[in-house]
Design a protein around this ligand. Sequence first.
Ligand code: SF4
Ligand code: SF4
Length: 370
Amino acid sequence: MSTVSIVKCDSYDQDILDEKVKEACISASMPNASGKTVLLKPNILSDAKQDKCITTNPAVVRAMIHLLKEQGAKEILVGDSPGLQGPSFSAKNCGIAQLCKDEQVRWVDFTKNPQTHIIPFTHGRKLQLASVLETVDLVISLPKFKTHQLMYTTGATKNLFGLVPGLYKSPCHVLYPTRESFASLIVGILATVKPAFALMDGIMGMEGAGPANGIQRKVGYLLASKDLIALDYSQAQIMGYDPMTIPIVKEGIKRDLGNCPPTYPLLDASDLVIKDFLRLEQQEKTKFFGSLVAPFLPRKFKKQQAVRDRQAPTFLPDPCIQCKRCVEICPVEALSLVDKHIEIDTSLCVRCYCCHEICPANAISIEHAK
Ligand code: SF4
Ligand code: SF4
């Protein structure tokens, strides 16, 4: 049985946080880092300012660094690689670059010499992952408590997708277009990376249209576990989802990589459900028409149908600042800037929502949260 430790914490005050992070990690039996090289992987999606609640708060990363130093870690590394970022990326806006400087820990460029891995559960497909994985003893995921347009939640396991350097991520959405196939990829990365531990920043979270354009929400918890799927199960429960409807959680349990439901030595996730949390509307795997004829259709057609069942993004002309970041990240070249408006070819769009994640102006709308 896996353990998830949940600690109440309402503040990013460093002294309080150091204490609470230690309590959560010890209670969840975090592996001792003495003499080890440790990679910390916060969620730095789009390197936004802290108050937007898109990225893991630097105070949580700092508290983990303090704990690892106390344990006698040999070296602590920090890194992430958001979608459009190249080798010069250093997480300045979210405060993590400064934190690395203050704590004298090394920021790692994931785009340098990535290594090819054959990813389990993907029919032998290959994927580039950060080469630093070959040199570290422990990987610790430091996710943010957030919703996600495509996968409903983003958590400890999905956070590992940032180990795929920069633009290597985009083609994954073409190769794995359905929620189920994308969950297989993410769980395959989990099986490849074998992270030792996860600590989730759930002090301030995001509800509604996450992971980048949702609404900041005070949640008030830190979650810690050696079992990343179990931690994501607990997050889903607190958000008010049935955790088994979260594709990554379901896939992780199916592949024997998550032991759920977990036990709770401190607070129990089932007592912490936020009843009015703005969840994303969940879609049946197959719609009515598909359910009648699906058994008789070729697999490729079923995948295409599953993608078309999702809503394509709508581009709002007023807030758009014509930065073209959506055009650059779209993996299928479905977008173009025409007469100061973004136009979409919905026949090409694979509904990956990368454009929505990267848009700095909240100028893209997808589906309504409920
Ligand atoms: S238009 Fe947006 S949702 Fe559609 S494929 Fe391109 S990036 Fe993905
Ligand atoms: S990313 Fe957003 S603001 Fe930039 S061009 Fe696209 S829709 Fe407009």
